[in-house]
Design a protein around this ligand. Sequence first.
Ligand code: SF4
Length: 258
Amino acid sequence: MRPARAPLIEIFHSVQGEGRHVGEPMACVRVATCPLRCRYCDTPQSWSAGAEFPVHGLGDGAAPGRERNPIDAARAVELSLACAAASPWRVPGALRVSITGGEPLVYPRFVREFGELLGARGLVHLETAAHDPVALAECLPVLDHVSADWKLAETLESGEHGAAHRACVELVARDGRATLDVKLVLIEGVFAGTYRAALEALAPFRDALLLVLQPVTPARQISRTIPAEELARCAALAGEFGFRYRVLAQLHPLLGLR
Ligand code: SF4
């Protein structure tokens, strides 16, 4: 079988900007292309793949290294380890690698092979829009942590993915090997909209997941974050449903980090 390949938009090593691992040093492998269109997307450049991509922290002086697309999983592992070794954020022990996007489930064989090749040298996090349970099942054996989005319909340009989100959450919850965050990005109006229905759909799996309530960072079609009062109502309802939850804003825009 040919090596698994995927187009990337960048590789770097920094601290995690979202979810339960926020602030932890982590390599980040960002896969290009995405079939969704979130109204708050801050990386529309990830929707298509370039001929090459930057590897930040490697290269000559201030200029990042460059690699051609698509890249083999083996080379992506090698670059992730090299970025971590050269990073000011490096820590002793196994490397955590977040595979994110764009949308990494477009390339499940790449994710699977990346995890197999990284092996005991690291832990693999998948950050996904959770729109494809078949692709997620292919990746799941190599994953240590899954951050699955639940895209509320108000946050999308069109459509909704509730059935696919639920199938992805159920898959990870029943498998039980990886820890699971379910992230809801909250914009103004969701409390009176589809938020309650999302909690109802997630309720059977509440013991297996941490709910991450993320007030939107304004970008693209969204000009302001959710009002504090509505955010508090969302959190209170999650509590009433019996979820463990955290209200967490994105760290990177606050600190100007990659
Ligand atoms: S899933 Fe991620 S990359 Fe795709 S449109 Fe939404 S925010 Fe952007």
